[in-house]
Design a protein around this ligand. Sequence first.
Ligand code: NAD
Ligand code: UDP
Length: 329
Amino acid sequence: MAVLVLGGAGYIGSHMVKRLVEQGEDVAVVDNLVTGHRQAVSKKARFYKGDVRDRAFLDDVFQKESIDTVIHFAAFSIVPESMKDPLKYFDNNTGGVITLLEAMHANHVNRIVFSSTAATYGNPENAVIKETDVQNPINPYGESKLMMEKIMHWADVAYGIKFVALRYFNVAGAAEDGTIGEDHHPETHLIPIVLQVALGKRSELQIFGDDYQTPDGSNVRDYVHVMDLADAHILAMKYLQAGHESAAFNLGSSTGFSVKQIVAAAREATGERIPAKVAPRRPGDPDTLVAKSDKAREILHWQPKYDDVHEIIKTAWNWTQKHPNGFED
Ligand code: NAD
Ligand code: UDP
């Protein structure tokens, strides 16, 4: 039986595929390459180029492959873009999962692990967010993912498709060997942008707002290493394979870093000056997002290896230095 990774050419998906093949799993990948890179996908995985909204294409993949579990990353995930173009997000993220669940149901595949997000909580009610806290998104991206969680729930009730929703906080870093890493066009995420400044590919970092309700006024986020995240998906897959009920888990480090602290850590990790200046707020940004991720540690026995943001940044810096122009395709 194979694992089907949807969005396996993307940043997180390609690290997932790498970890799965390292562990001897048989892996098939679906990706339409809208933001992903063919070159990022392990040669040990079978690759199908196509769209998760294309039912005939998905049926074909399910018929060719013998799929035990689906791991689903295929989505759009840029908060400010979702504020400008919400329907693009509801179409690809929410619409995509409807077609996917229909195809899974028709092809008797009944386990799925998928990317949810801290953005489903909106401006959180507690400083450290628990899975049971209110989910009240403040941007269409978070809303599209919350809708996906709800759709999964009802597909479980009606068809018995079991799911694990993994609510990631801020994913960062790269594979330890520097062969794959984060390469988005345009890049919007803080750490890769900071490292592009360190490399001299950008002149300075813009710190989006310094008047938030946080100790230094810049936004606070919880950064988790991409390979730790990949490990959590494998544990979630095993949890479902053991016959457990559907569940949602936060994945974060439980420690918050402000934008200004990330810049300081990157200066230390790279030895570069990294010029930065304060710029206007970016629409849709909550002040602080920090995870309580005890549930994943207790139930999935998740033990993240990276607990120091400097080490996370160093792995991303290794990738950035080895691949200053990112992937070739
Ligand atoms: P990414 O853009 O690098 O990867 C997404 C991949 O899915 C790409 O390869 C893209 O080509 C593919 N894709 C998108 N729509 C598709 C479709 N309709 N059919 C087939 N393939 C499609 O993004 P990422 O940073 O790797 O994020 C992966 C997932 O994790 C997303 O669902 C995102 O919402 C979620 N997430 C990411 C973060 C983060 O910090 N990066 C945080 C929380 C949640
Ligand atoms: N950020 C910033 N400058 C940038 C990119 C991001 O100040 O050039 C801030 C952003 O406002 C947010 C934090 O860095 O507070 C993390 O943003 P990112 O886009 O990496 O992840 P998000 O929290 O949106 O998922």
